[in-house]
Design a protein around this ligand. Structure first.
Ligand code: PEP
Length: 251
């Protein structure tokens, strides 16, 4: 089965509701003809509901940036899967390196979230990737293996097919320093082979996105790599023109 590319924008802690509505509308309009890929927007929590209204009846998919594994309860500051489902969210980013770095996310908590998401109607976009220090120490394959094994622990072959992975080398996030297409491809191929060791054939169907300073100028070369199935975009998704330039990489 062909792997439909995914171009996802992570708005992080940016955009008021008014700004979010304007950006979502512009992306929706500009992406209307983009049948070659799935376009995903991940606004901050306050903007999810109004953006859901903009995206209704469009091909653009709404995602959240994180979710708690419990369905509800006394967890001040958290958001649950039923809350996201109820407003039409279809995907959720899990284990972004900023969550790991600043908010104590570990492979174990990633795994709890991933399992909960797989029990819901949403699809997880699971982020993995090494730091500069780890790469320079030659530990990048070990680190990514550990994140994959821990984050996807206990998953069945069938549930693997609902997962989207995002390889985001931490040294390339927000730094303007993109991994070369060849460096990214090497890691993507490694991830796919690790998945096939653990889960078999189905690994060929899993979409693996690249993230780290993706821009209109570098997306096409990344997308030409055989194991790169899309992009998770930070900075360049905050303006409609640059995000649409990435979405239309094949123009
Ligand atoms: C990200 O945070 O997921 C990301 C890839 O950011 P940027 O595109 O700004 O490097």
């Amino acid at each position: 089965m062909a792997r439909t590319p995914v171009i996802a924008g992570n708005w992080k802690m940016h955009k008021t509701v008014a700004e979010a509505v304007a950006l979502a509308q512009a992306v929706k309009d500009g992406a209307a003809g983009a049948a070659h890929c799935q376009v995903v927007l991940a606004p901050p929590y306050t903007a999810l509901y109004p953006v859901a209204g903009i995206l209704r009846d469009s091909r653009v998919i709404l995602a959240a940036q994180n979710v708690h594994w419990e369905p509800g309860g006394a967890f001040t500051g958290e958001i649950s899967l039923p809350m996201l489902e109820a407003i039409g969210c279809r995907m959720v980013i899990i284990g972004h390196s900023e969550r790991r770095q600043y908010f104590g996310e570990t492979d174990a908590t990633v795994n709890r979230r991933v399992r909960a998401v797989l029990d819901s109607d949403l699809q997880p976009i699971v982020c993995i990737g090494e730091t500069l220090e780890e790469r320079e120490a030659g530990r990048h394959y070990d680190v990514v293996t550990q994140q994959l094994d821990g984050g996807l622990d206990g998953l069945t072959r069938r549930s693997l097919l609902r997962i989207i992975l995002a390889y985001e080398p931490v040294w390339a996030i927000g730094t303007g320093r993109t991994a070369s297409p060849e460096t990214a491809q090497e890691m993507h191929a490694f991830i796919r082979s690790r998945l096939s060791e653990r889960f078999g054939e189905g690994a060929r169907e899993v979409r693996i996105l690249y993230g780290g300073s993706v821009k209109p100028a570098n997306i096409a070369a990344l997308m030409r790599q055989p194991d790169i199935d899309g992009a998770l975009v930070g900075g360049a998704c905050l303006e409609a023109d640059s995000f649409l330039g990435i979405i239309h990489y094949n123009a």
